[in-house]
Design a protein around this ligand. Structure first.
Ligand code: B12
Length: 474
């Protein structure tokens, strides 16, 4: 069959992300079908109808990644745009079978089946399931035993009977640049790499275990290094970004990956999202520095012992402090993320976190301060919100107004605390202000040019903020 996979994500902040999952799916289908990917990030749907008319796909798969921006005071909602720019125009001109999937879809599968009117949906990873579904569509046979499938008839996630070849996969090679025009990402973007799937942590608000499963399934370090080495040869200067829920889990995996990169002397630029404070050590940071890490994210959410428990983070304040010392010692530029307003947050716990920032975080590093926890279905936070009668059992959480705030501190007071904390600390930024003004960016670019800085842009922006604040400009 001719299969068209469509990336409907047009968000370009904080930077455009390549459609990693779709490329993995394309690889899984390529030996049996003729596959194309339409990457909507930059074209935003404009060329899609023409492509459908020319390629005449039998099946079109839409990837739905983002539902909303998870910033309570901004509440960007992406689904209307996805319908308007991608799904509705395509449905007008073709009778192709429509399938939906993706991480956003996997959180709200039933609602999104309803809204999109798709024929099928797959919740969670789809490398094993999509080829089976396509076979069944082609042969016209029953799909009722396929796990994680939704159909236009039932719109419920099927338990299915599961068959041997649906063994859950660890991530695979994506060869992103084979499937899409990668050149825009070379200007402002990264090459995404997944080193494992799954997350066995139990943070009360989080969707990751639901999307990826609860068990870590790791790829071999050799396979990961092969992917990075080959992409580096093809693309040259690009930062590789690990997109795992937490990079250094399960303990020892990150160390093995770094060792393999060092052994091959790859000379690449690496960055990663979440680091788990529990599995950090001198050895890990030394290996990361030598492997080529130019930036990491530290996402403890809180530095209040009480809040760490309430959020069920699975690590302690001592462990966060240890990680912060290592970050300073190895001077790895870091973006810190804190999330205020969870169950039990009050002014004391807020101050515990700002005390930690003052005592342990390098002032050259960025600190994002976010307020309100997005409530997702089937999470412990959802259960708590139901118990506290904030929602009724049947209420949909799809609309981006479903947030949890501690009863012990009002939203207004929390926002005021964040604002005043950021006024005295140029490196602390409320989530709403994450996009710097064009003047600030211009001045930062000029400073980088004059001084030849190679530091991450966020560090230059902090310098400018500090200067502007001292001059009373902000
Ligand atoms: C890594 C990551 C980031 C990184 C991205 C770095 C990068 N280089 O890509 C950063 C930190 C930049 C980021 C930013 C944001 N993110 Co983010 N991110 C993730 C994360 C952890 C992994 C995404 C990923 O790459 N997965 C790996 C690939 C291989 O999987 P995949 O693409 O999902 O594809 C698989 C399946 O979904 C499925 N599939 C995919 N497409 C299709 C299509 C069809 C037809 C089918 C059948 C199946 C299918 O099969 C694929 C292969 O198995 C997810 C959470 C998660 N665990 O999924 C959140 C997540 C996607 N992010 C989310 C959000 C909200 C954002 C931001 C909007 C936050 C913000 N305000 O800045 C931005 C948007 C950025 C952008 N430009 O789009 C939310 C989306 C849910 C929601 N509320 O909307 C998620 C789900 C986290 C959450 N809160 O639950 N993110």
């Amino acid at each position: 069959m001719r299969v068209l996979l469509v990336n409907t994500n047009i968000e370009k902040a904080p930077y455009p992300v390549p459609p990693l999952g779709l490329c993995m799916l394309a690889n899984a289908l390529a030996d049996r079908h003729e596959v194309k990917i339409y990457d909507g990030v930059f074209d935003e749907g404009k060329g899609l109808e023409a492509l459908v008319i020319q390629f005449l796909p039998d099946v079109i798969g839409f990837s739905i990644r983002n539902i909303d921006d998870v910033v309570q005071d901004r509440q960007i909602y992406y689904l209307d745009g996805i319908l308007e720019k991608f799904i509705t125009p395509v449905k007008r001109i073709t009778k192709a079978t429509i399938i939906v999937g993706g991480s956003g879809f996997s959180i709200f599968p039933t609602e999104i089946m309803e809204i999109t009117g798709a024929d099928f949906g797959i919740a969670g990873e789809a490398e094993a399931i999509l080829p089976v579904l396509l076979d069944r569509i082609q042969s016209g046979s029953s799909t009722s035993d396929i796990p994680n499938l939704l159909t236009s008839f039932s719109k419920k996630v099927q338990k299915g009977s599961g068959f041997a070849f649906l063994k859950p996969a660890a991530a695979n090679f994506s060869e992103i640049d084979k499937w899409i025009d990668f050149s825009p990402y070379l200007v402002k973007g990264v090459y995404s790499v997944q080193t494992k799937r799954g997350c066995s942590h139990g943070c009360i608000y989080c969707t990751y275990p639901q999307i990826e499963g609860r068990k870590f399934r790791t790829r071999s370090p050799g396979d990961i290094a092969d992917e990075i080495e080959q992409a580096h040869k093809r693309l040259g200067y690009i930062t590789f970004e690990f997109v795992d829920s937490t990079f250094n889990d399960p303990g020892g995996h990150a160390e093995s990956i770094c060792r393999e990169i060092i052994r091959r002397n790859l000379k690449v630029r690496l960055r990663t999202m979440g680091m788990n404070p529990r599995h950090t050590s001198d050895e890990l940071f030394d290996l990361m520095a030598r492997a080529g890490f130019v930036q990491i994210d530290a996402t403890p959410d809180s530095a209040s012992p009480r809040m760490l428990e309430n959020l069920n983070k699975g690590f302690t304040l001592d462990e966060i402090e240890k990680m912060a010392r290592l970050i300073k010692k190895f001077n790895i530029p870091t973006m810190w993320f804190f999330l205020f307003g969870g169950p039990g947050e009050d002014e004391v716990t807020f101050r515990e976190t700002t005390d930690f920032i003052d005592n342990f975080v390098n002032p050259a590093d960025l600190v994002y301060m976010n307020a309100g926890l997005r409530i997702y279905p089937n999470t412990p936070l959802h259960k708590l919100a139901l118990e506290e009668l904030r929602f009724a059992a049947g209420d949909s959480l799809l609309q981006p107004s479903a947030y949890y705030y501690s009863k012990k501190i009002s939203k207004q007071v929390l926002n005021d605390l964040i604002r005043s904390a950021s006024l005295t600390r140029p490196h602390c930024i409320p989530a709403l202000e994450t996009a710097p003004s064009p003047q600030m960016i211009t001045e930062a670019l000029e400073l980088r040019r004059l001084d030849g800085f190679e530091e991450p842009m966020f560090r230059t922006l902090i310098r400018i903020r500090a200067k502007w604040r001292a001059a009373g400009k902000i």
